[in-house]
Design a protein around this ligand. Structure first.
Ligand code: GTP
Ligand code: MG
Length: 195
């Protein structure tokens, strides 16, 4: 995928702020600090368009990035960050659930998990939600560079088993450090938004 144009569009807090041009949308869900924003940057080959940070819980809105006038990446706020109040957590839940249920241009959700750890209870809940709403999901297992190759298969198996992943759902091993998985993930995305 050749990126000719990538731009940040809006940090949306309320549905009326979501773009209205009906371009297909690909959302990224996952724990705080798992590497969602880094993944976007790698996909579009830009160092810092999507804001990343080593401090978890940074992204609090739905951040929209328009790519090649062809699609949007929608960066969800990360979940599972302990120092978030109960009220904030509930607001988060309502916002994400409304989005998943009602957002017509949404074509695919990338559920981003860390290769090193078994998916959390929150990851399992997110995956179950996505399946419940019959949303197409791609499981992206990132930070592959953090483990030696010899451990990849075993860890991917743990991810699939913990999520009780549907064998139909694609699983992509990724690294924002090395670019591993980038081409494969673009293929999956382009195929999803084309139909
Ligand atoms: P929130 O916005 O807080 O939900 O976090 P996020 O999921 O967007 O994570 P972010 O992309 O900001 O990355 C968090 C940290 O992990 C940063 O320090 C990144 O540099 C690092 N990181 C992300 N992806 C990778 C990867 O593939 N490999 C390695 N080694 N580090 C990564
Ligand atoms: Mg982020």
């Amino acid at each position: 995928m050749k990126i000719t144009n990538a731009e940040f569009v809006i940090s949306a807090v309320k549905p009326h702020q979501y773009p209205e041009d009906a371009l297909p949308e690909v959302a990224l869900a996952g724990r705080s600090n798992v590497g969602k924003s880094s993944l976007i940057n790698k996909m579009i080959m830009r160092k810092n368009l999507a804001r990343t940070s080593s401090q978890p819980g940074k992204t609090q809105q739905l951040n929209y990035y328009r790519i090649n006038e062809q699609l949007y990446f929608v960066d969800f706020p990360g979940y599972g960050y302990a120092r978030v109040s109960k009220t904030e957590r509930q607001q988060w839940g309502v916002m994400i659930e409304t989005f998943l249920k009602d957002r017509e241009p949404l074509k695919l959700v990338l559920l981003v998990v860390d290769l090193r750890h078994a998916p959390s209870k929150d990851d399992q809940m997110m995956y179950d939600w996505l399946k419940h709403y019959e949303m197409p999901v791609c499981i992206v297992v990132t930070k592959a560079d953090k483990l030696p190759r010899s451990k990849w298969d075993k860890h991917i198996k743990v991810v699939k088993e913990t999520l009780q992943a549907d064998p139909q759902d694609p699983v992509v091993l990724f690294s924002s450090e090395t670019g591993k998985g980038r081409d494969e993930l673009w293929q999956i995305i382009l195929q999803k938004i084309d139909n």
